[in-house]
Design a protein around this ligand. Structure first.
Ligand code: C5P
Length: 238
């Protein structure tokens, strides 16, 4: 692959988290990154601060949006919610990886370009949190069970740490997306992330897409920081 082709392939796999509370801040990031970045993630913080119309605006500008709203409700409500997210222009959407929610999301998105992702177990939870919430399975067992259910039900992928990606890739096969946060280029500040992987290591571990926020959006020169990460990814994808 030529260097340009590998960079384009990397651009299909790098998702920048718009972890800000105002439309103006989000627009400033998107403007600063320009053509370097194709994918953006919008979560609760921006969505509930009036950021939802930005999904359509970004889509019309040729960008793709991962709407990280982690849906969980009765099947009918999830199904209708997914339909509305598609109408907004989202390309990826998360649901908690409960089988009924994944089935409802699959029904709503079947035949569309939307990739539904299952959040197996939130990576901030530990075994004690799970026990407190009434679960009887260990975290690895629950992650595995839900990832297998995601594959069986036929949704597009799962969200997982790089460490989990290595374990899940053989279980879910080559086609499913594994979207991985907690990415830090060598030498970058981990912030509150406890388990981090470099962009190259996460791809090698089986991640298909990387979610990066602070190492790009809080950088002095965001476009340069993005380019460095894209180059590192391109080195693995070449
Ligand atoms: O700034 P940083 O690169 O750590 O941001 C990572 C993004 O991925 C944030 O939007 C964060 O909420 C999200 N995320 C995460 N860990 C998860 C799930 C989502 O860091 N397990």
């Amino acid at each position: 692959m030529s260097a340009d082709t590998s960079l384009d392939a990397a651009r299909e796999r790098l998702i920048v988290g718009l972890d800000v509370s105002t439309w103006a801040e989000a627009e400033a990031i998107v403007d600063a990154l320009g053509d370097e970045i194709t994918w953006y993630k919008i979560g609760y913080q921006l969505a509930f601060a009036g950021g939802l119309p930005l999904v359509g605006e970004l889509a019309r500008a040729g960008k793709r949006v991962f709407l990280d709203l982690k849906l969980l409700d009765i099947s009918n409500t999830v199904e209708k919610g997914v339909e509305s997210a598609m109408a907004l222009g989202a390309s990826m959407l998360t649901v908690h990886a409960y089988p009924h929610a994944m089935r409802a999301a699959r029904r709503a998105s079947e035949g569309s370009a939307l990739t539904v992702l299952g959040v197996t177990v939130l990576t901030s939870l530990d075994e004690a949190d799970l026990a407190e919430a009434g679960y009887g399975l260990s975290i690895p067992a629950l992650v595995e069970r839900r990832a297998l259910a995601a594959r069986e039900i036929g949704i597009g992928g799962v969200v997982a740490s790089a460490e989990e990606a290595a374990r899940l890739r053989p279980l879910v096969g080559d086609e499913m997306a594994i979207v991985t946060p907690g990415i830090r280029p060598a030498g970058a500040a981990p912030g509150d992330q406890k388990r981090v992987a470099t962009p190259a290591a996460a791809l090698r571990d089986g991640a298909s897409h990387l979610v990066v926020a602070r190492p790009i959006v809080a950088a002095e020169r965001p476009a340069e920081a993005a380019r460095a990460i894209l180059r590192e990814m391109a080195g693995v994808l070449a």
